[in-house]
Ligand binder design. Structure first.
Ligand code: NAD
Length: 421
């Protein structure tokens, strides 16, 4: 990767999209910078009685289209640059799906796997104590991201309720069902991507039995494996942070899910059901029809992109393909269904959760699935049509689609607005 920041890489997409639209340069200027990024040092008591501190951030990138929305990541390598970039992507993702939100994101620089459950709870509560004045159901609404989950969202929403002195479930989404979470949130990210692939299958000329490789086997990776395997597709390779397994005849998804449920790596299934260990790097280039990045940013880059054999990439992760790799893949005829569309099922069902919390009326899982499918198909089709019409990649079309909505909202606010929500 070059010396540029992750945000510089992300902004390349903005310039590419702007070239296809005639919009006021003020709009681009506004979208090139985060509106506010707050940093805090969270100090918690460890189980052994010592104190430890962790860096944390919350970024509200742009709130032109509504309250900022975006997950909280717990990761040892998180940085302010990463948080701002993820918040920039959220701004576009919410606009892609026409959700009434801007983009935000948060992180704590921590390896949560090294904390006990009690320490993790104290850290999650400390995050809310530090950022309670920034978040709010009509201001900034967090959700889970890498290495955070519904249990953590439950602690966070409880802490927020204690601080403001009333139940305020709409402040955080991805909560446990018992605390106002939505049915269907667990697999929403993967399900949205799955609906998108099914809807565009004919346009993309997909086979009914695709061979699929999945990079990252957490929330997004596990659910997409289950959904595709249930349709008869063959999952030939998966990886996690400790390694990868491969079987050209198809991996046994149940074995992989069992290993993860026991807290093991996917590599613990090696030797069973024909599963062979391969290097994580080899996974990117295995012979398959569909590659699903579902781990972290920049994992497909200029040094490994040429090895990709898949003709379709479904970006469930945020920012998994660098701009340089994008060009290599396009030149090789690989179509990418980009993150801001492909993984937007998560924020869409988060939006459903927020609506249900505000209404105090809860929908069935069938309702959730059908509303999610409708939005994924509507926006996916619109973006596909823009890409055909303008002769662009699907990624550029998705940015064009979102940017025109953002530009309309920015212009509608008027030139004197400082959006001081
Ligand atoms: P998760 O924490 O549940 O899973 C992450 C997975 O990635 C784990 O299996 C981990 O072992 C694996 N991983 C980490 N480093 C790796 C490496 N170097 N090689 C291979 N695998 C590696 O996280 P998640 O919620 O599934 O999120 C995954 C991606 O999807 C992230 O980019 C996230 O921002 C994005 N995303 C998630 C959601 C959601 O609702 N969960 C929504 C939109 C986007």
């Amino acid at each position: 990767m070059s010396e540029d920041s992750l945000l510089d890489h992300a902004l390349v997409r903005l310039d590419e999209a702007a070239a296809h639209l005639s919009i006021d340069p003020d709009v681009i200027e506004k979208l090139k910078f985060a509106r506010e990024t707050t940093k805090a040092r969270l100090m918690i008591r460890m189980d052994d009685g010592s104190r430890k501190s962790f860096l944390a951030w919350r970024c509200r990138y742009d709130d032109t289209r509504g309250p900022t929305k975006g997950g909280i990541r717990f990761h040892p390598e998180s940085t302010a640059d990463e948080v701002e970039t993820l918040a920039f992507w959220m701004t576009f993702k919410c606009a892609v799906m026409n959700l009434p939100y801007g983009g935000g994101k948060g992180a704590v620089q921590v390896d949560p796997r090294k904390l006990s459950k009690a320490e993790l709870e104290r850290l999650s509560r400390a995050y809310i104590q530090a950022f309670a004045r920034i978040i709010g159901p009509d201001r900034d609404i967090p959700a889970p991201d890498v290495y955070t989950n519904s249990m953590i969202m439950g602690w966070m929403s409880d802490e927020y309720a204690q601080i403001v002195g009333r139940a305020e479930p709409a402040v955080i989404t991805g909560k446990p069902i018992a605390l106002g979470g939505s049915l269907g949130r667990g697999d929403a990210t993967a399900r949205g991507g799955y609906y998108l692939v099914c809807h565009l299958a004919e346009d993309l000329g997909l086979s009914k039995t695709m061979r699929v490789a999945i990079q990252g086997f957490g929330n997004a990776g596990q659910h997409i494996a289950s959904l595709l395997a249930a349709d008869g597709h063959k999952i030939v390779a998966v990886s996690d942070s400790e390694g990868a397994v491969y079987s050209p005849a198809g991996l046994h998804v149940d074995l992989l899910l069992d290993a993860k449920a026991k807290g093991q790596s996917v590599t613990a299934t090696a030797g069973q059901g024909g599963h062979d260990v391969i290097s994580s790097e080899r996974l990117v280039g295995v012979d398959c029809d569909l590659l699903v990045p579902a781990a972290l940013e920049n994992m497909i880059h200029e040094r490994n992109a040429a090895s990709v054999k898949a003709k379709l990439v479904l970006e469930l992760a945020n920012g998994p393909v660098t701009p340089e790799a994008d060009k290599i893949l396009a030149a090789n005829g690989t179509v990418i269904l980009p993150d801001i569309l492909a993984n937007a099922g998560g924020v869409t069902v988060s939006y459903f959760e927020w609506v249900q919390n505000k209404q105090g009326y809860y929908w069935t899982v069938e309702d959730i699935h059908s509303r999610l499918r409708t939005i994924m198909e509507r926006e996916g089709r619109a973006i596909w049509d823009v890409s055909r019409e303008k002769g662009t990649t699907v990624r550029t079309a998705a940015y064009v689609h979102a940017l025109s909505r953002l530009a309309e909202a920015i212009e509608a606010h008027g030139t004197q607005s400082f959006f001081t929500s």
